[in-house]
Design a protein around this ligand. Structure first.
Ligand SMILES: [Fe+2]
Length: 298
């Protein structure tokens, strides 16, 4: 049967946190819809130490992806890690060399229909101790903790603090590097279709609100979107944000920003078409996007 022009091209979900049922449901849905790409927005693993997460990758995620992506007509998968995924296990995903799997941290890759896709794992400081993918942002979440642990390639942990390391750990600098990579991939041109996937949502949107309504997103991410103007920017990290703001999508200048949210009880995912991401954006539980709703006070 020829593809229906109203069929979605992409399924995006985030913060699956090791839920096998969520992975299975998301990829079953991707197959049923016939999407050409699945994007995973980080926090792939269950909470736990590097060994626990490593065994999740080895016993479930790598074989699951290898099996799914080996099927005829399987979509491409694009993924980043998130702040609860220990960096020590990054090599498990990369070294597996799964066909059709693309790891995007700090990278720009070809996406669908001539577009590019750019990714970044990093978030501003948070209240948790796992600091592998946290970077400094001066106006961070007030209950953030500055000290914690990072992981070495052998899985051991070492103490880490942002104190005195603010310049070398700057989130703004990571976004500057990614902007340069986008410009290089565009062949020096400032324009061109681009999709971004950053674990942390941009500050001051419907996508970055914690319970009580406080915005805890990244100002550096917001500045990147304002400068670079991707057509779509995919996020996660703040699982409760759609429930708090009443929306899973918003706009920053010309960019449509998305945070599907997540719960252990039910898969939260979105789908969209590349020719009209804003008009075709749908949530598996919440329906059509209310991008221009006035419902949420700023
Ligand atoms: Fe998460």
């Amino acid at each position: 049967m020829p593809p229906d022009p109203s069929d979605p091209d992409v399924l995006y979900t985030s913060d699956l946190h090791g839920s096998r049922t969520h992975y299975e449901e998301a990829f079953r849905l991707a197959e049923a819809l016939g999407v050409r790409a699945v994007v995973l927005g980080g926090d792939l693993s269950p909470m736990g130490d590097p060994a626990t997460q490593g065994s999740f990758h080895e016993s479930f995620l790598v074989p699951f992806l290898r099996d799914f992506l080996g099927r005829p007509g399987a979509p491409e998968v694009f993924a980043i890690l998130g702040n609860v995924d220990w960096r020590a296990n990054e090599s498990l995903l990369l070294d597996a060399r799964i066909p059709r799997f693309h790891y995007l941290h700090s990278r720009v890759a070809p996406f669908l229909d001539g577009a590019l896709i750019a990714g970044l794992n990093c978030v501003p400081p948070t209240p948790i101790r796992l600091k592998d993918w946290e970077r400094w942002e001066p106006e961070h979440w007030e209950s953030s903790r500055l000290d914690g642990f990072r992981s070495a390639p052998d899985g051991s942990l070492y103490p880490f603090t942002f104190a005195g390391r603010e310049n070398e750990e700057s989130l703004e600098a990571d976004f500057d590097s990614l902007e340069a990579a986008v410009l290089a991939a565009r062949g020096g041109s400032a324009a061109g279709p681009l999709v971004c996937v950053f674990h942390g949502p941009p500050f001051g949107t419907a996508c970055d609100q914690i319970t009580g309504g406080t915005h805890v997103g990244s100002r550096a991410a917001r500045r990147f979107l304002t400068r670079v103007r991707p057509m779509l920017s995919l996020h996660g990290h703040i699982h409760e944000s759609p429930a708090v703001s009443g929306r899973f999508g918003d706009r920053v200048e010309g960019t449509v920003c998305v945070n599907p949210g997540q719960t252990p009880a039910a898969l939260h995912a979105v789908t969209f078409r590349m020719d009209d991401p804003a008009g075709s954006l749908r949530h598996t539980l919440l329906g059509q996007a209310l991008l221009d709703s006035e419902a949420e006070p700023r």
